[in-house]
Design a protein around this ligand. Structure first.
Ligand SMILES: Nc1ncnc2c1ncn2[C@@H]1O[C@H](COP(=O)(O)OP(=O)(O)O)[C@@H](O)[C@H]1O
Ligand SMILES: [Mg+2]
Length: 258
């Protein structure tokens, strides 16, 4: 299939009188690495909340692999291959690092409630596979030595990485990252840039990421969408975006004076 895996057709989200997202068109293709940037309050997270079924768009259509998912629930959209992380980390803080990942992998499993009660062979095999997969992810994210720590006891940068690992445990086709570098130091941010590119290639997924760290965005993204006050004001490759007067104005909040 050569069409986009995700296509938002003029999606709009109104909260009372506020147009948080106003007719936004995005396309994400297989293996894409695409960014969404824009000042605070521009509507970036709201776009993710619509794509993942937390909100239903007030208007427009969200097409995921040729299927309209406007009215699908978050659980179904996850099953259809969309995973995400949150701007404010959402882990099960009182579960271990490995259990956070195992739990996410669980939704893929096929054994019945009865077999889990009876602890059948099928149940045990699937549980073992889940643990193996979780350990593989922990190795990729350099968290293997922390596998039995409670998530809450990880330093912030590692919690962010764990959240990405957990998202990948659901075998997504499309991964949405909401400010993955927030709170990271410069070294962690550089490592994250490399990791994001590597993940895209290794898992053969598309990644759509919201990020404020311009170094990361410009390094990692092949295409960038810019939102301002809910509207798409620019789209292009990193150098086009950096030289776009509308984008510069949105960030500086001033008009050019002549
Ligand atoms: N559930 C909600 N109810 C009312 N207003 C909301 C809600 N979610 C977001 N908003 C508003 O929508 C706008 C866009 O928010 P958001 O998508 O979080 O922006 P961004 O992620 O770009 O910083 C903001 O003005 C925000 O206050
Ligand atoms: Mg946000």
């Amino acid at each position: 299939m050569s069409g986009p895996i995700l296509h938002t057709k003029n999606i709009t989200m109104r909260f009372g009188g506020l147009m948080a997202v106003d007719q936004v068109q995005l396309k994400v293709f297989k293996n894409d690495l695409v960014g969404i940037i824009g000042p605070n309050g521009a509507g970036k997270t709201t776009v993710f909340n619509m794509i993942t079924g937390i909100y239903t768009p007030s208007a427009g259509e969200i097409i995921l692999q040729d299927k309209n998912i406007n009215n699908e629930r978050a659980y179904t959209i996850s099953k259809l291959g969309v995973a995400r992380t949150f701007q404010n980390i959402r882990l099960f803080k009182d579960l271990s690092v490995i259990d956070n990942i195992r739990l996410a992998g669980h939704q893929k499993l096929t054994y019945s409630g009865i077999s889990s009660i009876l602890r059948t062979k099928n149940f045990k095999e699937q549980e073992e596979k889940l643990t193996e997969k979780a350990i593989k992810l922990l190795k990729i994210f350099k968290l293997e030595d922390k596998k039995d720590f409670l998530a809450r006891n990880l330093p912030y940068g590692k919690q962010r990485r764990l959240e990405i690992a957990r998202a990948l445990a659901t075998d997504p086709k499309l991964l949405l990252l909401d400010e993955p570098a927030a709170g990271m130091n410069p070294k962690e941010t550089r490592e994250l840039s490399d990791l994001i590119i590597w993940l895209r290639d290794y898992f053969k997924i598309a990644i759509l990421l919201i990020e404020h760290d311009m170094g990361l965005v410009m390094n990692v993204c092949e295409r960038i969408y810019v939102l301002d006050y809910g509207k798409l004001i620019a789209e292009g490759n990193p150098s086009e975006i950096q030289n776009n007067p509308k984008v510069i104005e949105a960030y500086l909040g001033t008009s050019e004076v002549d």
